[in-house]
Design a protein around this ligand. Structure first.
Ligand SMILES: [Zn+2]
Length: 316
């Protein structure tokens, strides 16, 4: 064989090898279950239990207000291809998701279909209204507090629900999903011990939050929310309400005001100036900051910020 022939032979071999590799890769992609989730938190949980048998796509970004996501055509494409759609539920996505599901024309993921999973069904839901609350009043939490994923216990329930669903969809991989869930459960349990130890000195610490995003978080970690910048969930601050809140913060000597990254800081900062409370931007979702790459890191990040602020302000 001449040098040239040898080269041609190697090139042909390389091309064949690449073709085989690409073929194998696309065969693997084809066999993976395609999961769409409305939020990055659910995507992280789905990835944790689904491992390499799933391909996961979140719709909202971690720094966006999950109540108000601007619909894009790319979202419809994600939904059109999905075998499974996992939603937060409790009307969190009601302002933007229903038309996207409809336009996807994907029968598998329509509400009530086998490929539609409402993660709130197995979650501990707080603030379920007892009286008549409708969205007509502007309240965006008419079915209870939808920010339940900020209790790691609820993350565990959601991961289990996703693992069970995947096992029913791909019974041959049921043992794999069960093992992945068991591993996640163990890692989350270890993290919870760490978080409980970190937060133990601060039980009963009083805070104010902008939106009612932190009900499950504060319930889980023993904090006491004494007021909100929003008069009602989804209703922007009013001067009257802000004055009342300032008085209450002073009266109860609250040192920390938690704000989600997607709210205007003007009112929180003026409250901070009036009262001396520290305005702390905490991230409610995975991907809200670059280092928050998964569900467990979300709590590491937020609790780290919170404890640093508590120490800095001498809140406790
Ligand atoms: Zn909300």
């Amino acid at each position: 064989m001449s040098m040239f022939d040898q080269y041609r032979f190697s090139a042909a071999l390389l091309a064949l090898t690449l073709a085989l590799a690409v073929g194998t890769a696309s065969a693997q992609t084809a066999s993976k279950l395609k999961i769409a989730t409305t939020t990055t938190d659910l995507a992280s949980l789905a990835q944790a239990v689904g491992g390499d048998r799933v391909e996961v796509n979140a719709i909202a970004r971690g720094y966006q207000d999950p109540h108000f996501v601007e619909a894009k055509p790319s979202f419809i494409l994600k939904l059109a291809k999905a075998d499974l759609l996992v939603v937060v539920g409790r009307e969190l996505e009601i302002g933007w998701l229903p038309p996207l599901i409809q336009q996807s024309r994907n029968a598998r993921i329509q509400v009530g279909a086998d490929g539609y999973l409402d993660a709130s069904l197995t979650a501990k839901i707080l603030e379920i209204p007892t009286g008549q609350i409708t969205r007509a009043m502007g309240d965006v939490h008419p079915s209870g507090n939808p920010h339940y994923w900020l209790d790691p216990g609820n993350g565990r329930h959601a991961a289990k629900a996703i693992a069970d669903k995947l096992s029913r969809m791909a019974p041959a991989d049921a043992a794999y999903f069960a093992a992945r869930y068991a591993d996640f459960d163990k890692r989350l349990g270890e993290a919870e011990k760490r978080w409980d130890a970190l937060m133990a000195p601060y039980k009963g610490l009083k805070v104010v939050t902008y939106h009612r995003s932190w009900a499950n978080f504060t319930d889980r970690f023993g904090l006491d929310v004494i007021g909100y910048v929003e008069p009602r969930p989804g209703i922007p601050p009013s001067p009257r309400h802000t004055l009342d809140l300032i008085a209450e913060i002073k009266r109860q000597n609250v040192k920390i005001l938690l704000v989600e990254p997607y709210f205007d800081l003007k009112t929180p900062q003026s409250i901070g100036r009036e009262t001396g409370a520290k305005v702390l931007v905490m991230l409610p979702s995975v991907g809200g900051e670059k280092e928050i790459t998964d569900y467990i890191k979300l709590f590491d990040y937020d609790l780290g910020l919170l404890v640093a602020a508590i120490k800095e302000t001498g809140a406790k």
